[in-house]
Design a protein around this ligand. Structure first.
Ligand code: ASP
Length: 343
């Protein structure tokens, strides 16, 4: 009983999880939604005040749309999909419209989604015409017997599912075309001088994780990948366990950063596994994976995560990460640099 009372206060929620309070003992945690719009070199001064405001507004709109679903008793999956769709539709982020371009100058999109209640997952890689890849990933999860479809197969499935499609020009914004031209020029300069260039640091990607009123967790991630990626390159975002993972017993995670490192470290799953098998709190596990393991290999990026008690982690080793949190009944909070909402 005492535990039940103590557990009703979220500050002790981690204690309740760690000490194994039964489901009946535990007061249901208030729903929460966390979103990210990519981690990278977004140090203060990089954006004009107007640009910064546009990013903050887009993150807030995603939090409000997904948060409203949770406040109405809707599912974590619906909240995650809704928030990500809005971020995909925004030209500001590297996902859907506004995706970075491949070496050939195309937009190739990856996405995945996972339901923490039953370990169901869906993913798509290398799609070029689907307006909202996160919705296609959800259809793969719910309307097929498979987990991942790639390229032409994913396009065929999207067509069969009658999902909204767009021409290539929809995805390629002027800003991304300029980034692409600048990256090509840099590459040519480097070739001329016979030197090796460092890969362009252009992390974007969008993601969301949520806890709903029924105690279910969900996670989703959507991206254009990395600028100048080579033929058929697939990053971590559609890889379950690397870019996305959700399990009601531990946590839900969405990653952003240099995907090759996230795949090799199975970043999203490792955070949840450290909680499940190692008894770590969410924040401890997230810090270990990002600041020790990822950084130890020379990788950079970040994650957002939530656990069944409503505890969140927003952890990155880059200068900034577009991010935000919305707890039921509270106003959304957003941040870009290291000023707050950092674990
Ligand atoms: N993780 C993504 C990828 O490697 C990129 C990013 O998060 O910006 O494809």
């Amino acid at each position: 009983m005492l535990r039940a009372i103590v557990c009703a206060f979220s500050v002790f929620a981690t204690f309740c999880l760690a000490t194994g309070a039964s489901a009946e003992d535990r007061a249901p945690a208030a729903p929460v939604l966390v979103v990210h719009g990519g981690a990278g070199a977004m140090a203060p001064g990089r954006y004009t005040a107007a640009e910064e405001l546009a990013y903050r507004d887009a993150l807030t709109a995603a939090l409000n749309a997904g948060g409203a679903i949770l406040e109405d008793g809707g599912s974590a999956l619906d909240a995650v999909e809704t928030a990500i769709r809005l971020l995909e539709d925004s030209p500001l982020f590297n996902a859907g419209r506004g995706a970075v371009l491949t070496r050939e100058g195309d937009a190739e999109l990856d996405a995945s989604i996972m339901d923490g209640a039953n370990a169901n997952a869906g993913a798509v890689a290398g799609v070029t015409s689907v307006k909202n890849p996160i919705t296609l990933a959800r259809r793969v999860m719910e309307n097929s017997e498979h987990v991942m479809f790639a390229r032409d197969g994913a396009e065929k499935f999207a067509k069969a599912q009658r999902l909204e499609r767009e021409k290539a020009s929809y995805f390629k914004t002027d800003a991304r075309k300029r980034d692409y031209e600048a990256a090509r020029k840099k590459e040519k300069d480097v070739e001329k001088q016979g030197a090796h260039g460092s890969p362009p640091e252009k992390f974007g990607t969008v993601g969301a994780v949520a806890l709903d009123a029924d105690g279910n967790l969900a996670a989703g991630t959507s991206t254009g990948g990395m600028l100048m990626k080579r033929f058929g390159r697939v990053g971590d975002s559609p890889v379950v366990g690397a870019g996305t993972f959700a399990d009601n017993r531990s946590c839900a995670v969405s990653s952003t950063g240099h995907g090759e490192f996230f795949i090799r470290l199975t970043v999203a799953r490792d955070i949840c596994a450290q909680m499940e098998y190692g008894g770590r709190t969410l924040k401890e596990a997230a810090r270990d994976v990002i600041h020790n393991r990822l950084e130890g290999l020379g990788g950079s990026g970040g994650i957002i995560a939530v656990d069944p008690s409503g505890e969140t982690a927003l952890t990155f080793n880059t200068a900034g990460m577009f991010r935000g949190v919305k707890r039921a009944g509270a106003a959304p909070e957003v941040a870009i640099y290291g000023e707050r909402l950092v674990d």
